[in-house]
Design a protein around this ligand. Structure first.
Ligand SMILES: Nc1ncnc2c1ncn2[C@@H]1O[C@H](COP(=O)(O)OP(=O)(O)OP(=O)(O)O)[C@@H](O)[C@H]1O
Ligand SMILES: [Mg+2]
Length: 523
């Protein structure tokens, strides 16, 4: 089939799919799940242009994706650019960086090239994380306002339609590259670069085309991401496994891989219990049927909650819905019914001090510092009593001070190390609460309203500390009323209402859930 007819058919099919699903399907979850799968299709296809066709392994997918995403955020901040312009610029920026990467690194072969892309990704991340204008390490978001364009019922539907077109475009591009003279040249490079050069293939130039196209497509996928999630932060995307599963030498390989892997992931998220999904990605906390009565009053009526290793979960719910009671049941300060497993241990009989040694740290809704002690001494307590129980972290006496100071530096409290804790301001008190929890070397941190009563700038400061926990592989449950903060922070949101969990899933789905809207409006 000619490239032009294939492209036309692919784009028409995409329009048809977007049109009919928008008319027939009303469940926004379908669109958000499909968007994610199609985004994988674009990323895997893009990766394969360089990795599969040309034989150069690029570990920098996430960086190119982030370039697209952050260029959208920058444009939005500059002049609220329309989404089409954001996509164009995201593609262009990532393509240019792809070209640059090609120039800098393509004289490297095999594993050395792959290592160079890792380094490049690292450099790009460092740049983005320190670029305050687009939110730095705290990330940023783009909020679509007004009514969805072109008669779409919701923005997710609109974004899904755009992603469908982009996926069709990416696949058509990859097919063109594969079937053209260019593709044959790339295949020759993949098989034997010297022989290719000696057969007349301008290897460097072809490889540059390949890095540029591959990078550009990745940036294109990233460009719509801030609109989709309403929030972006630097994070990794794995698009290498997909072509590996589907086959790397043909344009259809990454498509099949992405549909299989991405589809499976989405299906598991929706249909299979949270436990199973977490079983696959690694469950840290599995609470089942947690109940708690105070006299005749049911504060928790059988709540299930699972948290994966390193996951960030937002726990929301109106006042008195049982959030703090759930925290207390997990931390062990309140005994309820049901079962709670953590990191493979049954927590049933364990007192709080044993639970924190397993890695469950919590902060209190109303800070509870050791008020007779200095800030530094507050941290020494968990360092001596909680962290030391971790066999690998046994240390001789005296190192606590050093470590306590380093934690205080992380949270920006180092100048107040000698102060009495009761003299601290509200925000510093919150920081102390968190740093004392961090000092216990947790695997899971439960932050009960760590942001209550803080100014916007202070909220950002504390959120940055919490977001940083992710980098250290710590899972966090954030309980918070301020929606902006919850949205920025959470990979998943669970909603409690009068002692029952009424929703649990990706933020964009949970917030659009009518039951959740009712619970909040009915307050
Ligand atoms: N020790 C207790 N004795 C009696 N009732 C309690 C006790 N602790 C909590 N409750 C009740 O249990 C319910 C849930 O309280 P909880 O503190 O868990 O709510 P929450 O979701 O954390 O609320 P908030 O957002 O106000 O912090 C409330 O009605 C509260 O009055
Ligand atoms: Mg509470």
């Amino acid at each position: 089939m000619k490239t032009s007819s294939f492209t036309a058919i692919a784009l028409c099919a995409a329009l048809l799919v977007a049109g009919t699903t928008s008319a027939l399907v009303t469940n926004d979850y379908f669109f958000s799940a499909s968007y994610t799968v199609l985004q994988f299709v674009v990323l895997a296809t893009a990766w394969n242009v360089l990795g599969g066709f040309t034989g150069y392994v690029n570990f920098g997918t996430a960086a190119f994706f982030a370039l697209g995403a952050y260029s959208s955020i920058a444009l939005d901040k500059l002049f609220e650019a329309p989404i089409a312009l954001s996509i164009l610029s995201g593609t262009a920026v990532a393509a240019l960086v792809g070209l640059g990467m090609g120039y800098l690194t393509l004289r490297l072969r095999g594993v050395f090239f792959a290592i160079a892309t890792l380094a490049l990704a690292e450099v790009l991340f460092t740049f983005v994380v320190n670029w305050e204008y687009v939110g730095g390490a705290r990330g940023a978001y783009v909020i679509l306002q007004g009514r969805p364009p072109l008669g779409f019922r919701s923005f997710v539907q609109f974004l899904f339609a755009i992603m469908t077109l982009m996926a069709a475009g990416a696949v058509a591009t990859a097919r063109f590259v594969q079937t053209s003279t260019l593709g044959r040249g790339l295949a020759a490079i993949r098989d034997d670069e010297v022989a290719a050069e000696c057969s007349g293939v301008p290897t460097l130039r072809l490889k540059l085309v390949s890095t540029t196209v591959s990078g550009g497509l990745m940036g294109m996928a990233g460009a719509t991401f801030p609109y989709f999630l309403s929030y972006v932060e630097p994070h990794g995307v794995n698009s290498i496994a997909m072509p590996l599963i589907g086959g790397m030498h043909h344009w259809a390989g990454p498509v099949i891989g992405a549909l299989l892997l991405g589809g499976l992931q989405q299906v598991l998220q929706v249909n299979v219990s949270a436990d199973w999904n977490l079983f696959l990605v690694g469950a840290l906390l599995v609470a089942k049927g947690v109940t708690k009565r105070f006299g005749g009053f049911v504060a928790l009526g059988g709540v299930d909650l699972s948290v994966g290793a390193g996951e960030r979960v937002g726990l929301i719910g109106p006042n008195g819905s049982g959030k703090s009671t759930l925290v207390n049941c997990i931390a062990g300060t309140v005994r309820g019914g049901g079962s709670i497993e953590f990191d493979g241990h049954d927590l049933g009989p364990l007192p709080p001090h044993r639970r924190i040694r397993l890695g469950i740290a919590r902060s209190f809704q109303i800070p509870r510092p050791f008020s007779s002690m200095s800030v530094l001494d507050n941290l020494r307590i968990p360092l001596l009593y909680a962290a030391r129980a971790h066999p690998l972290l046994q240390r001789s006496r005296g190192h606590e001070t050093e470590e306590a100071m380093s934690i205080l530096r992380q949270v920006g409290l180092e100048t107040k190390a000698g102060r009495l804790s009761r003299e601290l301001t509200q925000v510093d008190m919150r920081k102390l609460e968190l740093s004392r929890a961090i000092a216990s070397h947790p695997k899971l941190l439960v932050a009960d309203e760590a942001l209550a009563g803080l100014s916007a700038a202070e909220v950002d400061e504390i959120l940055a500390i919490l977001l940083e926990m992710k980098g250290r592989g710590v899972a966090v449950i954030l309980i918070e009323h301020m929606m902006r903060a919850v949205l920025r922070f959470s990979e998943r949101i669970a909603v409690l209402v009068v002692g029952r969990k009424i929703a649990d899933g990706p933020p964009e789905t949970v917030l659009r859930d009518p039951a959740v809207e009712r619970a909040y409006l009915g307050q």
